[in-house]
Design a protein around this ligand. Sequence first.
Ligand code: C5P
Length: 398
Amino acid sequence: MLQGKNIILGISGGIAAYKAPLIVRLLRSAGASVKVVCTSNALEFTTKTTLETLSEYPVYADVFEKDFVHSTEHISITDWADLMIIAPATGNIIGKFAAGIADDALSTTYMAFNGPVFIAPAMNTKMWLSKAVQDNMLEMKNRQHMIIGPAEGDLACGYSGAGRMSQPEEILALINEYFSAEKLLDGKKVLISAGPTVENIDPVRFLSNYSTGKMGYAIAAECVRQGAEVILISGPVSIDAPAAVKLVSVKTALEMHQECVRYFANCDVAIMTAAVADYRPKDISDQKIKKSDAELSITFVKNPDILAELGSMKKKGQIVGGFALETENELENAKAKLHNKKADFIVMNSLRDENSAFGYDTNKISVIHASGEMKSFELMTKKEAAVAIIHETAALIK
Ligand code: C5P
């Protein structure tokens, strides 16, 4: 699976470093070549001899090491590698990465490497939840690094909670998954809208819908896996953004519209999955609306149709897709949407299908293309649906 792949395993000084030799072993068994770079603290928890025996390469732990063929090993190793994984990544090394500090073999190698970076954090729960680490993790995500874990469970320090390094097998599976993608969207920039919008009525009340963002987030994750740079414009949801996407959080349809239009010009593909409110209250009351015995009416005005606008804006070579969530006359409505919004494809799903659409982890979709071609899929996970949708999208780019 990883035949011919060159991987740098960065190890920093946490107790989970004792599992790092197993990661070397698993990567090697899968066919990869592995070079280990570690901090001196890491070698308190595991040994150079073990790592060198398993990797069959010298371990790079000292910037001033005289034994290396290249005096600047941190540069030559980064030219060699296809991927860098740091496991375990301590709060300290993540802090150095985030701040741009390069004062040891691992942090200098990281700074020089511009390929895909996977980070498997491991530390005490209180350290993991600290503002410093969480802020630095945000920076790691902004740099499009893949974050693996940390898992929850009993920690070596006696605590129980989030902070345990993901198991080596899980780390291997994610690296395998990364390399198994055909990179259908390599070098492409994809804009995705997801989640609901929220339309304020007064300072404490709003109108929204049941969208959870799961489908859009799954599509964003698949685009990353296929090599795309992803901008995810999302309404409020309670799920985490996939690793390596640029997340732009918005609330209202007007904000979502503004951000989508802003980013679209530089994108190759736009997939609008958001459940955008079609209307917003004409006036938002400055004060909380008081209850009275009289009936209350609110006047609504139409929100911009973002998908339709992108459909009209699109230049040659740009692909625009959307969703049609229907409760009746599904095909007819979806085809009308495809046409009216000048989309290249519409993904149709129906609230009449069991376990589909809002909130579920599964979806039953049909993809209808502007050419008239239509592909229907059985009920599948949203992750699988995302794979199918991106295959359809990539075929259009070709
Ligand atoms: O017209 P309808 O809301 O059913 O169309 C759904 C599709 O249009 C979805 O792709 C949705 O993200 C997009 N849409 C939009 N802006 C709106 C309404 C819908 O982008 N104001």
